[in-house]
Design a protein around this ligand. Sequence first.
Ligand code: TIU
Length: 250
Amino acid sequence: MVTVAARPFDFKLDPARVALIVIDMQRDFLEPGGFGESLGNDVARLQAIVPATARLIEGFRAAGRPVIHTRECHRPDLSDCPPAKLARGAPGSRIGDEGPMGRILVAGEPGAEIVPELFPAEDELVIDKPGKGAFYATDLSAHLEALGVAQLVFAGVTTEVCVQTTMREANDRGFECLIAEDATESYFAEFKRAAIEMIVAQGAIVGWAAPVAAIVAGLTAVEGEQASDSRSVAEPAVVSPAPIGFGAGF
Ligand code: TIU
């Protein structure tokens, strides 16, 4: 185990059992004319985390650890989009409507694709998900089980919606979860801050938070080393039992 300085206390990183999940870094959320903007958001804020997210992805690739990408999108016939979700957004620019990047949030359309700077490598898993959480109605659980993963590092957008939902799903499934705080963003600065506070509160009730640099240093550190400058937190890390409950659909 490698010690990564994190909040609310050090994270004990297992470089042999960790994977990265990059949530929904899609044109539809980061560029004008997509789903994010159709919900009334200014998408400019989200572009800022692309370089830090790229550094995190590169760190995992260099360490030979899995990088998993997700895309929030729907089938072209929208059969996997509940009417309650379809009804959101401004009329004329809802899910499935034509926009400047093709049909909004529809699989295979340019807007649903991951931004070029963070494009998945050929051998990397890409999970298309109809919900906010990446476990709901996907085969992510089975993939993680096959990979022997016990810890998940999270990046992507938006912090309080798809990232937090997926972290909560993962935490309930027994994974130790760490959010890369400078590789995630929200359309609302205060929501990002509050979401991370909720995650780390109550002794890491959902998980831990650390900067990209500390996580990448941890991936390459020798076992037993401190991966970065300690934030002088003496409390020992809690090591959870092996992940449990990997059932299809859970
Ligand atoms: N609206 C918003 O903040 N987020 C989403 O709809 N999806 C994701 O977070 N990916």
